[in-house]
Design a protein around this ligand. Structure first.
Ligand SMILES: NC(=O)c1ccc[n+]([C@@H]2O[C@H](COP(=O)([O-])OP(=O)(O)OC[C@H]3O[C@@H](n4cnc5c(N)ncnc54)[C@H](O)[C@@H]3O)[C@@H](O)[C@H]2O)c1
Length: 274
């Protein structure tokens, strides 16, 4: 047995397991671990062999203690994946992530992979950046991802947790607009990236771009070697179909990495009329 195999977590918790990324990871990670425990506030498909399913609310600390029992590593995807009111973002994305981290500490979890976002740096211009560029969140949503990364760092330094923040850009079955030539994360690369984020030995704290091997990417592949992540897909394969699908080059949407989230009028889920 190799060292890496010995170090791999055996019991893994997946939050947000009923969501778009969660469903893909649940499918892709099935069988990789002794137990994959899927949790969400929404109803989940029944567990297959080697799986457990638990309904739980991120905003309830007791629920998070319950789902964390006996867990070695967490993939934390649960939350609001868009802009919303500050109150909603705070309750689910900030307080929820705090509940997950605290429950993980109390249960002796070793590693957490966190679904961060390009929107933590949404106001970065569309040029190559490293992962240590100063944060420039574009929304309350982006701020919640900065918060999650910072809270993770605190749990690393203060309590010895291991933490990998994956700044997911655009998780889609296929790229669909010019921006995705830089930002696409394919489903199979997402599975590989999150699996390596919890399996890779010798990682204390890392922030990595969550994208495929896109020729036109705006993020340098910081941390990919440390994880052993070798993406298999490249949005360039779709360039001919989508490179003209873009808006006004003078707009915030086209100038900054966060796209439409950087427009002052973009309210996401808080836009009840829209
Ligand atoms: N999809 C993308 O391109 C993308 C990009 C960047 C970051 N992310 C992040 O990845 C994660 C997953 O995104 P997604 O696209 O699958 O979103 P999604 O909305 O499909 O999934 C999120 C899941 O979280 C669950 N959830 C919401 N509130 C909850 C609560 N109070 N308690 C428990 N569960 C709750 C939802 O029921 C849902 O199943 C999110 O954290 C999102 O911010 C996604």
């Amino acid at each position: 047995m190799t060292k890496q195999t010995e170090d791999r977590p055996r019991r893994v918790l997946l939050t947000g397991a009923a969501g778009r990324i969660g469903c893909v990871l649940r499918e892709g990670l099935r069988g990789h671990y002794e137990v994959l425990r899927s949790t969400d506030i929404a109803g989940l498909e029944p567990a297959a062999s080697g799986e457990e399913v638990m309904q739980a609310d991120l905003t309830d600390p007791d629920d998070m203690r319950r789902v964390m029992d006996g867990i070695d590593a967490v993939i934390h995807l649960g939350g609001i994946p868009d802009e919303d009111s500050y109150q909603q973002i705070r309750a689910v994305n900030m307080d929820g992530t705090a509940n997950v981290l605290e429950a993980a500490r109390l249960s002796g979890v070793r590693r957490m992979a966190f679904a961060s976002s390009i929107h933590a740096v949404g106001f970065a211009p569309r040029e190559r950046i490293n992962m240590d560029v100063p944060v420039r969140p574009d929304t309350f949503y982006g701020v919640s991802k900065v918060f999650g990364e910072a809270l993770g760092r605190m749990y690393v330094d203060r309590y010895g947790l291991e933490f990998v923040a994956v700044r997911i850009c655009s998780f889609l079955p296929e790229p669909r607009e010019a921006r995705n030539l830089a930002t696409w994360l394919s489903p199979r690369d997402a599975v590989q990236l999150f699996r390596r984020a919890i399996d890779a030995p010798g990682v204390t704290y890392l922030t990595v771009p969550g994208i495929s091997n896109n020729t036109r990417r705006w993020m340098n592949p910081d941390g990919w070697d440390a994880l052993g992540y070798a993406p298999e897909d490249n949005a360039e394969d779709y360039a001919a179909e989508i490179e003209n699908v873009k808006g006004n080059p003078e707009s915030n949407t086209e100038r900054f990495q966060g796209g439409m989230f950087t427009e002052p009028e973009y309210l996401g889920l808080a836009d009840k009329a829209g």
